[in-house]
Write a protein that binds this ligand. Structure first.
Ligand code: BTN
Length: 326
C-alpha cells in the first residue's frame, strides 16, 4: 500500500486528495492515512492540507523496496527486491536466494556490506549510505562461455544510466569497469553457478560509488564517485531505476544472438580503450598493443606493431593503459 500511495504522489507532483487515493486504490481513508504515516516514518516529507490532500515534498535517499518500485520502469528487473541495512555480500545473498528458487530479476540491495567482494578475490569497500551495492539474479539459457558477455552488458547499463541521469561522460574500461575522467566509478562481479555445460543461475553484482566524498588512501588516486564528478549529492534510487531500464534493453538484444554482435556499436562508443594503447598483463609478461574494439563474443581485439591481431578473453589477463589505470 505504501508503495502504491508513493507512486501516485510521485506521478502527480502536486496535491492528491484523500478521496482520490481511496478510489484509485480501492481502500478506506484510514488505510491511506496509515500508509502516509508509514512513509513519513521512512523519511518521506509529505504535506497534508485540509481540502487539498497530500503532496510529496521530499524523498529521502533510501533504497527501500517501495522507493525503488515507485521508480522502476522495468518488466522483470527488480520485480522482487530484498533490502538490507547490512549483509555480508549482496552476491552471496543472490546465490542463497537462487538456491531456494528466487525468480529472475530478484534484486538484493544493501546500505552496507560486511564482506563485499571484488574480482580476483579482492575485498570491496562498501561503506554505509554512500554507494549502491546491489546484485541481481539471472537464469539465462546460455553456455558458460556465452555468459562472459553478461559482464559487458552490465557495464553498458551502468554507463548509460550515469550518462542519462547526470550527463557525465561515463566510459567502459574493457571488460566491465566504469570510469569517469580516467578514474574508476564502478566495479562489476559476475558469478556463475554451472552444471556441466549448463548454467543454473548468474549473480550479477554491481558496486557504484555515489555520494562518497573521500576514499581510503590505497585507492584515492584511481577511484571516483558521482558526487566527486558532478559536485552535488545524487539520488541512488534514480540511478538504480535507470540502470534497470538500460540493462533490460541491452540484455534483451544480447539474448537474441547470445552474444555482443548487435550491441558492439553502442559498447564501443563507450569504450575508453578503443584505438588506445594498452598493456596486456599475463602472469609474468607485459605486451603493449593497440585495442581495436570487441569481437562478437566480447573479447578485446588487439593489434601489435606489425598489424597482427589477437583476441583477448576477459579473466585470462588484465588490461591497463600504458600510462595508468585506463
Ligand atoms: C571489482 O573488483 O571491480 C568488482 C567489484 C564488485 C562489487 C559489488 S558491490 C555489490 C556486489 N556484492 C559484492 O560482494 N560485490 C559486488
Amino acid at each position: 500500500m505504501k508503495e502504491k500511495v508513493l507512486s501516485i504522489l510521485k506521478e502527480s507532483g502536486g496535491y492528491v486528495s484523500g478521496q482520490e487515493l481511496c478510489e484509485r486504490l480501492g481502500v478506506s481513508r484510514t488505510a491511506v492515512w496509515k500508509a502516509v504515516n508509514a512513509l513519513k516514518e521512512s523519511g518521506y516529507e509529505i504535506e497534508s492540507v485540509r481540502n487539498r490532500g497530500y503532496k510529496l515534498k521530499d524523498s529521502p535517499d533510501v533504497l527501500l523496496a517501495e522507493e525503488l518500485h515507485s521508480l522502476l520502469k522495468t518488466e522483470w528487473f527488480g520485480r522482487d527486491i530484498l533490502y538490507f541495512e547490512t549483509v555480508d555480500s549482496t552476491n552471496n545473498e543472490i546465490k542463497r536466494q537462487a538456491e531456494h528458487g528466487g525468480r529472475e530479476g530478484l534484486l538484493a540491495i544493501a546500505e552496507s556490506q560486511s564482506a563485499g567482494r571484488g574480482r580476483h578475490g579482492r575485498m570491496w569497500q562498501s561503506p554505509a549510505g554512500s554507494g549502491i551495492w546491489m546484485s541481481f539474479l539471472l537464469r539465462p539459457d546460455i553456455t558458460p562461455e556465452q555468459a562472459a558477455g553478461i559482464t559487458l552488458v552490465a557495464a553498458m547499463g551502468v554507463a548509460a544510466a550515469v550518462r542519462e541521469e547526470l550527463g557525465l561522460p561515463a566510459q567502459i574500461k574493457w571488460p566491465n569497469d566504469i570510469v569517469v575522467n580516467g578514474r574508476k566509478l564502478t566495479g562489476i562481479l559476475v558469478e556463475l553457478s554451472t552444471d556441466m555445460e549448463c548454467i543454473n543461475y548468474v549473480a550479477v553484482g554491481i558496486g557504484i560509488n555515489v555520494n562518497n566524498d573521500s576514499f581510503p588512501e590505497e585507492i584515492r588516486d584511481k577511484a571516483t564517485s558521482l558526487f566527486a564528478e558532478c559536485g552535488h549529492k545524487v539520488s541512488r534510487s534514480r540511478i538504480v531505476a535507470s540502470f534497470g531500464k538500460h540493462f533490460e534493453r541491452c540484455y534483451k538484444i544480447f539474448m537474441e544472438d547470445k552474444d555482443m554482435r548487435r550491441l558492439r556499436v553502442e559498447y564501443e562508443a563507450a569504450l575508453v580503450n578503443k584505438n588506445a594503447e594498452v598493456m596486456i598483463i599475463d602472469a609474468d609478461t607485459e605486451k603493449r598493443r593497440r585495442a581495436l574494439g570487441i569481437s562478437d563474443s566480447g573479447e578485446l581485439i588487439v593489434e601489435d606493431a606489425d598489424g597482427n591481431t589477437e583476441n583477448i578473453r576477459a579473466g585470462e589477463v588484465s588490461v591497463r593503459g600504458v600510462y595508468g589505470y585506463t
